[in-house]
Design a protein around this ligand. Structure first.
Ligand SMILES: Cc1cc2nc3c(=O)[nH]c(=O)nc-3n(C[C@H](O)[C@H](O)[C@H](O)COP(=O)(O)OP(=O)(O)OC[C@H]3O[C@@H](n4cnc5c(N)ncnc54)[C@H](O)[C@@H]3O)c2cc1C
Length: 504
């Protein structure tokens, strides 16, 4: 069994950045289940937010983040995100990320619910791909052992501390690695839902493994649905930055309906926009709404949004002339493995960063373009803590904690799509007690495969486990807040302004 100082699981922005920084001082290994580049990060379009311009201030960025988070952000985590963000952006530049610039100045975009234009982008709308490419290059140059196509099955726990990981390779080879610290950077779980912007790797494995190991996981009821995924062809995200540049949503009658839902109209927070679209779709027999970008020239659209433009062209759609059909899709998980502001979880030796973590930085709803930033800010802090652990007191978590008991009920589940359809129909954008209870009972009855021999079966087990906890958390939260909307408990109830954590 090989031994390291740090094991990093996952190769999105959070995992790559953490591994590169940790390798400056220790023996590091990075494990990832597909090839290095595959991750949610790779598909990020809009960009990365930070107060790096003279007309901006971390305090303004902080205020926007807190407002989006609907009363559930941990203020200290937000302060850290917004004040340390600009320095980490400089590190990305040093690591070779080629953010778009003009005449030596970084270009910037405006996105929904940001009070300043502060979103840096690269390759127009190919920000994630550019970041991923630069960080993979930097990782290859760093002193890090890399295992691709290697799946985290479970955490190794000894005397209540995490001491390693058990892994499975495509070839069927199973083995373990040991380390003083394990960092989960395994991303979100969009694959819980029928419609998602996330790639196939996003099955929440790290969060499920942490739960099985006994860690606290929190805020799972808060799943952000992106308002505008393309409703033709494979799921494909149409960045909010398109609305930032002036595109408008229209229903089947051609009405620019967002003004009826929110005074910020098309630039309202994404959960407001997503639910408005879902409501409009209900009124038009489930038909998608459309995004009207025809006020912009074809030349502008192809330069500012080359990825979307190329994709639409491949579908024979000219969006400078015709409206584009769009639907909401599961996009970003605010919840995850509960951590403090140093990425420490409730288990010794276990850290979590990026989308897999719940630092409390996004509260009940993430502000657009804050998640890439979270990966580097808190990835950097995990490494600082590993090097100088004396800087912080032991982590304490004051969330409401609920225990969930798992026993296999024995009804075999055919495949992942059943879980995804159930979650979409019953635990999606608009929830109520009856639907949530139905989902919870069904998920409880479905047992994961009793013999877990391949990755597919492990992922299915994780989706069932996590789906059940999302449903339990959504049932327990009898209010509407941020991305969590209960049609039977609306609006927000100030007495429920706290995190809810689950443990085994
Ligand atoms: C289409 C799209 C557009 C987006 N646009 C933006 C944007 O413009 N700005 C913004 O800030 N955010 C955006 N987001 C969100 C953002 O991309 C993610 O939140 C962020 O990239 C998460 O980074 P991460 O490193 O935490 O996880 P990820 O990038 O998802 O990386 C997770 C890694 O863990 C690996 N992994 C997972 N499970 C296992 C396992 N069992 N064993 C081994 N490895 C495993 C995966 O293969 C992957 O490499 C977007 C997301 C999507 C899907």
């Amino acid at each position: 069994v090989k031994s390291y100082d740090v094991i990093v699981v996952g190769s999105g922005i959070a995992g790559l950045f953490t591994a590169i920084k940790a390798a400056e001082t220790g023996r590091v290994v990075l494990v990832t289940k597909s090839q290095l580049e595959e991750s949610n990060t790779r598909y990020a379009q809009g960009g990365i937010a930070a107060a790096t311009f003279v007309d901006d201030d971390p305090a303004l960025h902080m205020q926007d983040t807190l407002t989006a988070g609907a009363g559930l952000c941990d203020e200290e985590a937000v302060r850290i995100l917004c004040t340390e963000g600009p320095d980490r952006i400089n590190e990305l530049l040093r690591l070779g990320v080629d953010f778009d610039s003009q005449d030596g100045e970084l270009k910037r975009g405006l996105e929904a619910a940001h009070s300043r234009a502060r979103v840096l982008h690269a390759g127009g709308d190919a920000t994630g791909a550019h970041i991923e490419r630069a960080l993979v290059r930097a990782l290859r140059a760093a002193n890090v052992d890399v295992y691709e196509h290697t799946y985290l099955v479970d955490l190794v726990v000894q005397n209540h501390a995490v001491t390693g990981v058990s892994l499975l390779q495509d070839t069927g080879l199973a083995f373990s690695l040991h380390a003083f610290s394990v960092v989960l950077a395994t991303g979100g779980a969009g694959q819980l839902y029928r419609h998602t912007t996330n790639p196939a790797v996003a099955t929440g494995d790290g969060v499920a493994a942490a739960f099985r190991a006994g860690a606290l996981i929190a805020d799972l009821e808060f799943y952000q649905f992106h308002p505008t995924a393309l409703a033709v062809g494979d799921t494909f995200l149409v960045s909010e930055a398109v609305r930032g540049e002036g595109a408008v949503l229209r229903n089947a009658s051609g009405e620019a309906f967002m003004t009826r839902y929110d005074q910020r109209a098309d630039l309202a927070p994404r959960d407001v926009v997503a639910r408005a679209i879902a409501t409009e779709m209900l009124h038009q027999d489930g038909e998608p709404v459309t995004l009207d970008a025809t006020t912009m020239s074809g030349e502008f659209l192809s330069q500012r949004f080359p990825t979307i433009n190329n994709h639409l062209r491949s579908l024979d759609i000219d969006w400078s002339r015709s409206w584009v059909p769009v639907t909401p899709a599961a996009h970003y998980w605010m919840g995850g493995v509960r951590t403090d502001t140093w990425g420490r979880t409730s288990l010794a030796g276990l850290f979590a960063v990026g989308e897999a973590a719940c630092t409390g930085v996004h509260g009940a709803n993430r502000l657009a373009s804050n998640s890439l930033l979270e990966g580097i800010v808190f990835g950097g802090r995990v490494v600082r803590h590993l090097v100088a652990p004396g800087e912080a007191n032991e982590p304490t978590f004051v969330d409401d904690v609920q225990q969930l008991h798992f026993a296999n009920a024995g009804q075999a589940v055919p495949d992942k799509s059943d879980v995804r359809d159930l979650m979409w129909a019953n635990v999606g954008l608009i929830r109520d007690k009856g639907d949530l209870e139905t989902a919870y009972k069904q998920l409880q009855a479905w047992s994961a495969p009793s013999t877990l021999i391949n990755q597919e079966q492990h992922e299915l087990r994780n989706l069932i486990t996590l789906g059940r906890i999302v449903a339990a958390a959504a049932l327990a939260r009898e209010e509407s807040r941020g991305a969590h909307f209960r049609s039977d408990f609306n609006p927000c109830d100030p007495s429920q302004q706290r995190h809810r954590a689950f443990t085994r």
